[in-house]
Design a binder for this molecule. Structure first.
Ligand code: ADP
Ligand code: ZN
Length: 758
């Protein structure tokens, strides 16, 4: 007799352990580690989905009477749903992300697995053309639905049931009626890939856009490729630092091609937002059926289908967003993470997994390289590269012949206001725009609205209100309990009433909300350039699925002259006829209560600037700012990542922020403010007490509580504690202890051992 150990997919903390089941004889040989099964569970023997982690016939090791074992019920899928390396990282992932094995299983296995019906369909066909024609001509068919169905089937052949019903507007009962007359047959079978694709709306893209040339690598690119190639059987992280347009993609593809040639498999992660139909198309163009592309427009069934092709080894390169790091790739020989700084690699909801952490685990399990690439790496990645933990690969020049970096100018908006241009469009930018239009070139105006609408800036000099001890902008809060407006530092919790704010730069005492009006900008543009078409891309215009791509493709095909948008347009899109880019409110970008704001600000400006002059002509970029002496802007203007890095890493060290210390967060959220205040206090007392007993070498520091940056969300109020420690794993220990000691029903808590991203 054989038995197996399983983990439940719906496990909660109490049931988050391995359970043992007997394997029925009929299934022996089919049940292996990685199989997906149904098991009877608990007193009621309710059927539960479970993952088999091991199979054995060593009865002695059981330690109890095998006759007491329940038998597993059925096999949900003929093939294993996980590879060996995936099975092996369940445990480390659990402890890393403080979740159950069930949570890990749900992340790795598509929901459609097991509900096989999703990949199956029922087809309707006529018994024979003769009997059908006879029936139609005899006049005995009294139902118009019956007549329509038969006519349709005669003309089109076997048709999927749902499709037939919807086309002929017939009901299920009418279909059964026709079958009872013995005129049609119903057969259920798996769908072919073509049928699935035809069934779901597919990404139709013009062939012109799907075309992408394969380039010979230049010297820098070759050098990078050779380094990776030399380490294809080692667990080694590479950081490919290449300026925008330096041809990083070509390097990834060459490395991927090499691995595929050698029979290995590749996981290639890209930010969700860059998986446009164009990207999907050129990937397919380049790799054909070898590629599985996991973009967000896939239906459950298509997702299952792609996943299945990966599992069967038919697709050997997986391109997709964050979740694709869990793809069931056997023989994984290379992982690529493009735009490694991108915040979409970290999940914002529970479990807050970070694709990079998973990638590192899989890299180690498979002894293969991991290539991280970016023009603006995370400060902590660059730090690790400098320390020698990552191998640094650099691309310093633009790849396309003659393409040069754009010329970047910082514009002092205080001067511009004095000269009568207002605070939205400066004189130099207006001149440049006019020149671009004269040559029928395009312009992008970049306007970041996120993250600073809750900041106050001095009406006189534009400086935000800073926390005196943390050098981060303080955040505006309306406090109902004290009925006043407060400025709060989200680091140390330092709080002042708004009336007491004094500008540290000019000692002014008048403040206004920072922010730029999209509306006003549109009005000015219409007034200044009445014959130019403006496209706007922001949260409001991209609500509908596909709207985002629609706007980009309209702009790319030059149906508009100006594109106005938020950070959504800054990333990775190629617009060859854009020669002028304006970044409006450039100083505001870095203004936020989060220590990563400057990193993100530098990235956004660099990306925005990278949009200019991708064609033949040198691009021009205007950074409009009320604080032109802001060092971040100067580094960004020079496209000097190194200088930026030096100043930022210095700040991080002084402030003891990552990578020098781990920063974690405990958020408590409740629907009632008074209750929240009370329980926050309880938790605070507990934390203070608990942490004071810990060994000083663990480096614990407690900050807060402070109201969350978005204090009120979906009818709940939220407070945050920040905990620093010398290691992430120490934070996890604390979190685990809190989970044991606090009833989650009374204290709804969420934890993050890596607050703020990366
Ligand atoms: P990055 O991702 O580094 O910003 P891309 O990979 O998008 O840069 O490449 C920028 C442009 O340079 C693309 O149009 C690409 O086709 C082109 N390119 C890449 N490598 C080469 C090369 N070796 N020779 C000529 N053009 C190249
Ligand atoms: Zn502070």
């Amino acid at each position: 007799m054989k038995f197996c150990k399983v983990l439940l997919r719906e496990s909660v903390r109490q049931t988050d352990k391995a359970y043992t089941y007997k394997i029925p004889e009929a299934l022996e040989g089919n049940v292996v580690a990685g199989s997906y099964v149904k098991v009877p569970f608990g007193f009621g023997n309710r059927k539960q989905t479970a993952l088999v982690t091991s199979v054995s016939d060593d009865l002695d090791s059981l330690g109890f009477d095998p006759s007491k074992l329940k038998e597993l019920d059925s096999l949900l899928d003929l093939y294993p749903v996980m590879t060996k390396d995936q099975l092996a990282i369940i445990e480390p992932l659990k402890s890393r992300f403080l979740c159950t094995s069930g949570d890990v299983i749900s992340m790795m296995v598509p929901s459609a697995v097991g509900t096989v019906a999703k990949a199956k369909a029922t087809f309707v066909d006529i018994k024979s053309p003769e009997t059908s024609k006879e029936a139609l001509e005899s006049g005995k068919l009294r139902s118009i639905a019956h007549i329509h169905m038969l006519e349709y089937l005669l003309a089109n052949g076997a048709t999927e049931r749902k499709k037939l019903l919807s086309i002929t507007k017939a009901s299920d009962a009418q279909l059964r009626g026709l079958r009872d007359k013995d005129l049609i047959t119903l057969t259920t079978r798996m769908l072919t890939r073509e049928e699935v694709e035809e069934d779901e709306s597919s990404d139709a893209v013009s062939s012109e856009e799907s075309f992408r040339v394969v380039h010979e690598l230049n010297d820098e690119q070759s050098a990078a490729f050779e380094e990776v190639k030399a380490s294809l059987d080692k667990a080694q992280v590479f950081l490919l630092h290449g300026i925008t347009g330096s041809g990083k993609t070509e390097v990834y593809l060459k490395c991927a091609g090499e691995v595929l040639d050698r029979g290995g498999c590749v996981i290639y992660l890209v930010p969700e937002i860059s998986l446009t139909p164009q990207t999907v198309n050129w990937i397919r163009g380049r790799f054909g059926d070898l590629a599985a592309v996991m973009h967000s427009r896939l239906s459950d069934r298509q997702r299952y289908d792609e996943w299945d092709r990966i599992r069967q080894g038919q697709a050997r390169i997986v391109v997709g967003p964050r979740s694709s790091i869990f793809a069931p790739v056997e023989n994984l020989k290379l992982i690529i993470i493009d735009e490694e700084h991108d915040s979409s690699y970290k999940s914002e909801s529970f479990p807050k997994f970070n694709a990079r952490d998973v990638a590192i685990l899989r890299m180690k399990m498979n002894s293969c390289p991991l290539v991280l690439g970016s023009a603006t790496p995370l400060v902590s990645s660059y730090y690790l590269a400098n320390k020698g933990y990552y191998k640094l690969l650099e691309l310093k020049k633009r790849a396309a012949r003659d393409a040069v970096l754009p010329e970047v100018k910082i514009i002092d908006m205080k001067e511009q206001v004095k000269e009568g241009y207002g605070d939205l469009l400066s004189g130099p930018l207006r001149v440049a725009m006019a020149q671009a239009f004269a040559k029928s070139q395009q312009v992008i105006l970049f306007l970041n609205r996120r993250g600073y609408s809750r900041t106050l800036v001095c009406s006189t000099c534009g400086e935000p209100v800073y926390c005196p001890s943390c050098s981060v902008a303080m955040t505006l809060h309306n406090n109902r309990r004290t009925a006043g407006r407060l400025l709060i530092c989200h680091y140390c919790g330092y709080t002042i009433p708004c009336e007491e704010a004094v500008c540290r730069e000019c000692e002014g005492t008048k403040f206004k909300r920072a922010g730029l009006g999209t509306q006003q900008l549109e009005e000015i543009l219409n007034e200044l350039y009445p014959d130019k078409k403006v496209l706007r891309m922001d949260q409001d215009t991209t609500m509908l699925p596909g709207a985002h791509e629609q706007i980009l493709s309209e702009f790319r095909s030059h149906k508009a002259d100006i594109l106005v948008g938020t950070q959504m347009i800054a990333k990775g899109h190629d617009f060859p006829s854009v020669t002028v880019v304006g970044v409006l409110g450039a100083d505001l970008i870095a203004m936020s209560s989060d220590y990563k704001a400057s990193e993100r600000g530098f990235e956004l400006i660099t990306q925005a600037a990278g949009r200019a002059g991708r064609g033949e002509e040198r691009g021009r970029v205007f950074l409009q700012s009320l604080r032109p002496d802001n060092p971040l802007l100067m580094y960004a203007a020079k496209q000097d990542y190194e200088e930026f890095y030096k100043s930022e890493i210095h700040y991080r060290e002084v402030m003891q922020l990552p990578p020098f210390k781990a920063v974690g967060e405990v958020v408590i959220s409740l629907p009632d403010e008074d209750m929240l205040a009370q329980r926050t206090m309880d938790l605070g007392r507990y934390l203070k007490d608990f942490l004071s007993y810990q060994d000083p070498s663990l480096g614990f520091e407690l900050f807060g509580p402070v109201p969350a940056p978005i204090y009120e969300l979906r009818g709940r109020y939220r407070n945050v504690f920040m905990i620093k420690s010398s290691k992430k794993s120490y934070l996890n220990e604390v979190f685990r202890q809190i989970m044991e000691d606090f009833d989650p029903n009374l204290y709804p808590l969420s934890f993050d051992n890596d607050a703020g991203g990366s």
